[in-house]
Ligand binder design. Structure first.
Ligand SMILES: Nc1ncnc2c1ncn2[C@@H]1O[C@H](COP(=O)(O)OP(=O)(O)OP(=O)(O)O)[C@@H](O)[C@H]1O
Ligand SMILES: [Mg+2]
Length: 235
């Protein structure tokens, strides 16, 4: 579904990603883990043309999407939830969700997507008229994910969805991520919670200093490198 081949990318002259290759199969949850500054967010930014792609290719459903414009990506079915859950705090919950559907004209489809999001996150339905700044951190994260779901993606990119959430909310969030997979959405998730990420992902890539240092299924939790990374206190 998504294929990244030998990607070199960075900012201005600075090369951050030094030739990474990874893929997401249809219906998969793929996790991208690694220490702070490894380049995880830069992978997602490269897909969205927010980083400077020097070489390599990004393919989505057999189409070359390297350096494509953001709105085209959304139309193709790729949505992105930023690190730090950016929402519009002075708009209410429903208005925030409708921004996600901005490019859609068909009212019936918008209503259907809204129903889907409210079913997934009942708290957002209860709070639909409330200003977004009055939501808790976890609810804001749900709103950010809900807004991306309004774009009806087939591939959802989540950058550190569990950041700053209590263990209980993290658990709820990971359960929702698994439901999204059951709904047929493929997911690429950047996570600092390496253990949890490996647990819910079908496959995981460990990124270190702009290179893929390790990849594998749930068994990589036992790998020495993974133990070093999170027992080393870098998470
Ligand atoms: N806009 C930018 N301009 C210049 N350098 C940047 C920019 N954004 C990120 N970098 C640098 O690129 C490197 C990788 O950053 P990136 O955000 O991809 O890391 P990350 O793995 O997501 O880290 P974290 O776990 O802290 O979110 C870092 O050294 C960072 O300082
Ligand atoms: Mg990051």
């Amino acid at each position: 579904m998504l294929e990244i081949n030998e990607l070199h990318a960075g900012y201005d002259e600075l090369e951050i990603l030094k030739g990474i290759t990874l893929h997401v199969n249809p219906g998969e949850i793929v996790a991208l883990i690694g220490p702070n500054g490894a380049g995880k967010t830069t992978v997602i930014k490269s897909i969205f043309s927010l980083a400077n792609v020097r070489a390599g290719k990004i393919i989505f459903k057999e189409k070359d999407i390297t350096r494509i414009k953001t709105h085209e990506l959304i139309e193709l079915g790729i949505s992105y939830v930023n690190q730090g859950r950016i929402i519009f705090k002075n708009l209410n919950v429903k208005e925030n969700l409708l921004i996600g559907a901005d490019f859609l004209q068909d009212k019936d489809i918008i209503q259907k997507d809204l129903d889907f999001v409210y079913k997934k996150f009942p708290i957002l339905k209860q709070r639909e008229d409330q200003l977004a700044f009055a939501l808790s951190g976890g609810q804001q994260q749900m709103l950010a994910i809900g807004r991306a779901l309004m774009q009806n993606p087939s591939l959802l990119l989540l950058d550190e969805p569990s950041l700053g959430l209590s263990p209980k909310l993290q658990k709820e969030l990971f359960a929702i991520i698994q439901q999204l997979k059951d709904d047929g959405i493929s997911l690429l998730i950047v996570e600092q919670n390496a253990k949890k990420a490996i647990e819910i992902a079908d496959r995981t890539y460990l990124l270190e200093d702009g290179n893929i240092a390790l990849e594998g299924g749930k068994e990589i939790i036992k790998h020495k490198k993974i133990k070093d990374v999170y027992l080393g206190g870098r998470y």
